[in-house]
Design a protein. Structure first.
Length: 258
């Protein structure tokens, strides 16, 4: 923006009001409201992971300089209300920019508060948490909506989420989302399962939308098979499930009608 004036202050009010209307929101970027200005709002006051929060921050033209070590943690996003993701970011940053009075901002932030700032700056750059994950197969999760679920129900929901998000990327031809298909295929093959598993991984990513079937309307037995395949892939990737390749191969047969 370069210059801070009344319009920036009105935008700050809009950011604050929007965040307050969504309980639990600790950060918001101007681009999330459709305004292409480089302004972020952050307030971690009272958050259990930020005992010494800096209070409400509205920063114009924010710049973050990494200072700490990489740290991976779960993140959610108001723009993606159905999912959370494992995202790696520096655990400490220097934040620079301007406040609403046009004065220099020069703060050192750590932990969750630094993560929130980096998340919001990503929004200004058109980057979402989906762009930051290492693997959709391992690092994307349905957001919990309360109440206890069976393992089967949780896995079915996870499979549906993977199918929906990955397929959306394929339709748009958007990297890195579309590239995750190759990542899943490689993960299956590294578990010792060959061509059939690769096709099953592709099927997981493309069938629901291409067949016009919403993920939540898949037949239960198909949903269970998809969910178990996701679990087998994750276990194989973690390297602590010796039976994962054989289990994945059996699931491939189920998915292909064998």
């Amino acid at each position: 923006m370069g210059r801070v004036g009344p319009a920036a202050r009105r935008l700050a009010d809009d950011l604050r009001d929007t965040a307050r209307a969504h309980p639990g929101t600790v950060g918001l970027a101007a681009t999330q409201l459709g305004t292409m200005w480089r302004v972020i709002w952050v307030d971690c006051t009272g958050h259990r992971h930020v005992p010494d929060a800096h209070g409400e921050l509205v920063v114009v033209d924010p710049v973050a300089v990494p200072l700490g070590d990489p740290e991976t943690a779960r993140e959610g996003c108001l723009s993606l209300p159905d999912v959370t993701a494992n995202v790696t970011r520096p655990d400490r940053i220097a934040l620079r920019g301007l406040d609403l009075a046009g004065r220099d901002v020069d703060l050192e932030l750590a932990g969750f508060e630094a993560r929130v700032v980096l998340h919001e700056i990503d929004h200004l750059d058109g980057v979402l948490i989906l762009d930051r994950v290492s693997s959709l197969a391992r690092d994307l999760f349905p957001r919990r909506t309360g109440g206890r679920r069976s393992r089967s129900a949780a896995l079915v929901e996870r499979a549906a989420t993977l199918a929906r998000v990955a397929h959306a990327g394929r339709i748009q031809g958007d990297a890195p989302y579309a590239a995750h298909l190759a990542d899943v295929v490689a993960l299956v093959e590294s578990a010792g399962v060959q061509e059939g598993a690769a096709r099953a991984a592709a099927w997981l990513h493309t069938l629901p939308a291409e067949a016009g079937i919403p993920p939540d309307e898949l037949r239960p037995e198909v949903g269970d098979a998809l969910a178990d395949l996701v679990a087998a892939l994750a276990a194989a990737a973690d390297g602590h499930d010796d039976d994962a390749p054989a289990r994945a191969a059996r699931l491939v047969a189920v998915l292909r009608g064998g």
